[in-house]
Design a protein around this ligand. Structure first.
Ligand code: ARG
Length: 459
């Protein structure tokens, strides 16, 4: 071979590899076979193929499936994609009847169907895992409705809350995530198959039958839209991104809380790793990875949004780029939910340290202001400045506001010089937490109500 021939051969091989998706879209083999069996059944019911051929096709496809699952199937670049690979093998096994399977469909509606089935299947798996995580959080929360922890804004001590309430904030996030997967599932539960290449088909097909056989609610409405619609994939990427953002936020708190400075929690040894150089160290690698993996799922979302943004109707090969990011995000989401669940389940909670931390930063300052508003009808803004003096006094005495005696407090300024001694109980941290009885508030009672409604929802 001369140089030109070598170059030509290399180019041909490179092109095949460049064009092929089989090495990653083989992930869709089960959906592809399921879709083909349903399609063949519909074709037979409509007398487009014979029952005999349909039976051969179905048996052949099940054999291909068994070969794939036992690792015997040979995936080859020259088959280009999962659809051609399976159809080729089917025809090898059953002969001519295999060639009738592709009647009244195109790879365009075929891949859209496989991918939609995949996304729908995975939404259910993810929803189950989200539920497991919510259950774990609610369980821990139910044991800590009286455990005080400093509630923060701007990462500064703000008001005392209970640790159960803190965890319920995350349970609420994950419940919204659950509902988001659920509503995407409902919205996208339509069957693309039978849209054919872009415009439908002259064959007398029954798309409602195919849709029913595959468990969709109905066929998609418009063939032209269907063959290049990837909204369902974008939705799962967005849903995963939002959920990973929540996972990342709780991970960030776990990292902070397990630091020496906080010491609120300790991660079980299985989930903390050691340093290769500093023998004394325990690192929170697991929540750090959960936080880090959030970046890549965002990337997958932006990547597909970008792929789709300039596509003219209808199918374009660009959309072959839709799959790897979704597979990656789905896997990342699944493992992240499992791991976070296990981390939470084995978390050691240092309630004493949390409570002690509440005694720093005058967490009950707002309670004094609220007291003055309620008992003395002072405008809140005025009460705010009066309270500020008490904060300064406490700082001067080197005490937390919750530790002031009534005699000390009364010296802060003229406005509080005669304040009733009952104020002291209002400044107590646990009383402060329990005073927040408004709906959705942190009081132990309200927290228990929230837990109850989560438990009802989980049933
Ligand atoms: N492998 C292709 C994809 O993932 C399947 C559809 C191919 N259709 C076509 N007209 N080339 O998008």
């Amino acid at each position: 071979m001369n140089n030109n021939q070598i170059l030509k051969n290399t180019n041909a091989k490179l092109l095949d590899e460049f064009n092929a998706s089989v090495m990653f879209d083989k992930e869709l083999y089960a959906q592809d076979i399921k879709g083909s069996i349903a399609h063949s059944k519909m074709l037979a019911l409509q007398d487009i193929i014979t029952v005999d051929d349909q039976e051969k096709i179905e048996a052949g496809l099940l054999q291909v499936k068994a070969e794939i699952e036992s690792g015997k199937f040979e995936w080859k670049i020259e088959h280009e994609d999962v659809h051609m690979a399976i159809e080729n093998r089917l025809t090898e096994i059953i002969g001519d009847a295999g060639g009738r399977l592709h009647t009244a469909r195109s790879r365009n509606d075929q891949v859209a169907t496989d991918f939609a089935l995949y996304v729908q299947d995975k939404s259910i798996v993810i929803k189950d895992k989200l539920k497991m995580l919510i259950e774990t959080l609610v369980n821990i929360a139910s044991k800590h409705t009286e455990t005080l922890i400093p509630g923060m804004t701007h990462l500064q001590h703000a008001q005392p809350i209970n640790f159960g309430f803190h965890l319920l904030a995350y349970a609420n996030m994950f419940k919204r995530d659950f509902e988001r997967f659920e509503s995407s599932y409902q919205r996208n539960n339509n069957c693309p198959l039978g849209s054919a290449a872009l415009a439908g088909t002259p064959h007398n097909i029954d798309r409602f039958k195919t849709s029913e056989l595959l468990g969709f609610d109905s066929p998609t409405a418009c063939a032209l839209d269907t063959s290049s619609n990837r909204d369902f994939a974008l939705e799962i990427l967005f849903n995963i991104s939002t959920s990973m953002m929540h996972i990342s936020r709780i991970s960030e708190e776990l990292i902070l809380w397990s630091s020496y400075e906080f010491g609120f929690v300790k991660m079980s040894d299985e989930y903390a790793t050691t340093s290769s150089i500093m023998p004394q160290k325990k690192n929170p690698d697991v929540p750090e990875l959960l936080r880090g993996k959030t970046g890549r799922v965002y990337g997958n979302l932006v990547s597909l949004l970008t792929v789709m943004k300039g596509l003219p109707l209808a199918y374009n090969k660009d959309t072959q780029e839709d799959k790897e990011g979704v597979f990656d995000s789905v896997k990342t989401m699944e493992i992240s939910l499992d791991i976070l669940c296990a981390v939470m389940d084995t978390l050691i909670i240092n309630a004493d340290v949390m409570e002690k931390a509440c005694k720093v930063g005058h967490l009950s300052a707002t309670d004094l202001a609220d007291y003055l508003v309620q008992k003395a009808n002072i405008p809140f803004r005025t009460a705010y400045y009066i309270t500020k003096d008490v904060v300064s006094l406490a700082n001067k005495l080197g005490k937390d506001m919750s530790e002031l005696t009534i005699e000390e407090l009364r010296t802060a300024n003229d406005e509080v010089a005669n304040i009733d001694k009952e104020i002291i109980s209002y400044l107590d941290l646990r009383n402060s937490m329990n005073a927040r009885t408004s709906f959705g508030g942190t009081s132990t009672q309200r927290t228990k109500e929230q837990i109850k409604s989560f438990q009802d929802w989980l049933k």
